[in-house]
Design a protein around this ligand. Sequence first.
Ligand SMILES: [Zn+2]
Length: 214
Amino acid sequence: MANRQVTPASDRPPTQKGRHHEVRAQGLREFAGLRFDHQRLDPFSLARFANLFVASFDEIEPLLSDETRQHLTGEGKDLWSGGAASHTLPSGERLIILNPTHSRNRQNATLMEEICHVFLGHKPSRLAVETRGKDGKVIARDYNHAIEEEAYSTGAAALVPYTAVKRMVAEGLTSQQIARHFAVSRALVEYRIKVSRLWAEYKVKQGLADPDDV
Ligand SMILES: [Zn+2]
């Protein structure tokens, strides 16, 4: 676009990796029709635009192999967040499943990650169910760390844009308030604050650190 303005340096994440994720995340937000950085991105609407079909677990349960079903509903039921099928449906859509026991905020982040895998051209080799630890890191051994990081980080940046989180931190909002605004978990917001190199400022604003220590 000819009239696109050049982004001031202060509006770009300070790290190269951060900028890499932010550019793609902004593309996703534009695709979803969002114009402002404070607008909440609804991954469920974006999924429809992206030709992804988010099925309820009940709908897909009969399609799963015994082994997969046993893992997802048995001892692994608390360990997975979501997954994408490698084959497209007859409708041309790709099937996504989300763990029905997780909160909507957590499902938002999971769905954004799955959407990012598709948008970034990551190829699922099977029904790739994500297994994550408490810290949000993928713990299944057969995952490519770089691919997972790119998808998760891009999704998180699309949900909580850099310029918005920077402004909200400067205004003294808590991570809980920012999380509520964007319908994501507090952990995701704190992750965004940290990777955006805003954690020291955040602590000062919240009265959690002596400004002399920063
Ligand atoms: Zn993933």
